[in-house]
Design a protein. Structure first.
Lengths: 339, 97
């Protein structure tokens, strides 16, 4: 194995440019998400030498950018693992940010010839995939689990590579939750938009014949309800999570939907020109909470604290209940075509 | 996380105290403070905070900790239900990760 000369190791800055921030924004919206990667391998930050620390990262560009921007003023190496463009924690769960990849990447990059120490700093959230003892057996390197958040790395190092309990705890702050909203909204619109358009057209249908003016009046309102339920469910659940009652997420979603129902009723209270519209309104009273309940249940996949067992338990109750609510709503809505 | 509690009594996390060597790896890697070392042995001080990430089981050198970790998102579980398999996200590149 030919050892790398230090000059061969690509150097990266600790500054984030506008294009990095734009790239991060696009990734949050799922635009070109799976191409937002970098080449696995070894990178240098600052002016490292053979005593400088080595940090492991994923080849998701966002992970890499967060790490390097947290290393301002430090000299070190970043060992980027091939996680197929997935972030550290998810990849660790999947096994790609794993013992085998870390060991082989470390060795094939020639790290033993580049640093004289035998320590590799692995993000704590890589632990689900990395067996520290195995890494030592395979590479002679000791895994030092760094803090959860890269921004705590300078303090961690100053503290003699010791983490405080706060550094080891995962959080779910408002801005962390808000960052997830685009990836709740975008997949939901794939269903909401066709459903809204279908409702728009169906609103013109009636047992007495197709009536375009009903589309203009009732149809637009139906479409608005579909859009509002989806947007409020996808954005409202993440935003108001700690305020929504209930431990199970679908319950939180139903609460949110019920609040929306009340708002809809208030807006409509002096306004029932067509009897079919009253039946459709009744339908929406069931469909809105069913939709927000379902969206809330799906949000479990994006949180840092729900468990597989808990979600399975929740779904056994949620799916039949939400299905029943949706069915009642559908029946009422279809009945409106015959009134 | 003090402010966020999910469901109680559902986790598959198990600790065999007799096998535990008190090394503290579980305390280091757990993102929710489930474990503490008390009198040289790991203790699950907050078992219901467990999210089944598997970090503890992966890193226990004594194999004293077990947990069923896997895809925990609702859509992954549903995919598994429809196919009759374990929960799977089989990332098709829509990038929910």
């Amino acid at each position: 194995m030919i050892p790398h000369k230090t000059d061969d190791i690509p150097h990266v800055s600790t500054d984030l440019l506008l294009k990095d921030l734009l790239g991060r924004w696009r990734a949050r919206w799922g635009i070109g998400r799976m191409h937002y990667t970098i080449e696995p391998g070894l990178y240098a930050v600052g002016t490292p030498d053979e005593q400088s620390p080595v940090f492991a990262s994923a080849n998701y560009r966002m992970s890499f950018d967060i790490l390097r921007s947290s290393l301002k003023g430090l000299d070190g190496y970043i060992l980027v693992l091939d996680t197929q463009g997935i972030n550290v924690w998810c990849a660790a769960g999947k096994g790609t940010f794993g013992t085998f990849e870390l060991a082989t990447r470390l060795l094939t990059c020639g790290l033993p010839d580049i640093v004289t120490h035998r320590r590799i700093i692995v993000p704590q959230l890589g632990a689900p995939g990395v067996n520290a003892l195995e890494i030592r057996k395979m590479t002679d390197f000791t895994v030092v689990y760094g803090p959860v958040r890269a921004e705590d790395i300078p303090a961690f190092i100053e503290n003699g590579m010791e983490a405080t309990p706060t550094m080891r705890a995962v959080t779910f702050t408002l801005s962390e939750r808000a960052a997830l909203i685009p990836m709740e909204l975008v997949p939901a619109t794939k269903y909401a938009v066709p459903a809204a358009l279908a409702l728009l057209l169906l609103s013109g249908v009636h047992i007495t014949g197709f009536a375009p003016e009903r589309i203009v009046h009732g149809g637009v309102i139906n479409m608005a309800f579909a859009v509002i339920a989806t947007a409020c469910g996808a954005a409202g659940v993440p935003l108001f999570l700690p305020l929504l009652p209930g431990k199970m997420f679908f319950v939180k979603g139903i609460w949110l939907g019920t609040v929306l129902d009340l708002a809809v009723l208030m807006a409509h209270r002096s306004h029932f020109p067509y009897l079919p519209e009253a039946w459709q309104l009744a339908a929406w009273m069931f469909v809105i909470p069913a939709a927000t309940g379902y969206l809330a249940m799906n949000f479990t996949g994006a949180t840092p604290y729900t468990s597989q067992s808990g979600v399975q338990h929740e779904m056994k109750i949620a799916l039949p209940l939400l299905g029943a609510m949706g069915a009642v709503g559908a029946i009422l809505w279809i009945a409106s075509l015959f009134i | 996380m003090k402010d966020y509690r999910y469901l109680a009594n559902v986790t598959t996390l198990e600790l065999r105290t007799e096998a535990c060597t008190g090394c503290g790896m579980c305390v280091t890697v757990c993102p929710h403070g489930v474990f503490r070392i008390i009198e040289a042995k790991a203790v699950m001080v907050d078992r219901d905070a467990c999210m089944e990430c598997g970090a503890c089981a992966r890193n226990c050198p004594a194999n004293a900790v077990t947990v069923q970790s896997g895809v925990g998102c609702a859509s992954g579980i549903m995919k598994g239900m429809l196919r009759g398999t374990a929960p799977t996200c089989d990332c098709d590149g829509t990038g929910c990760c």
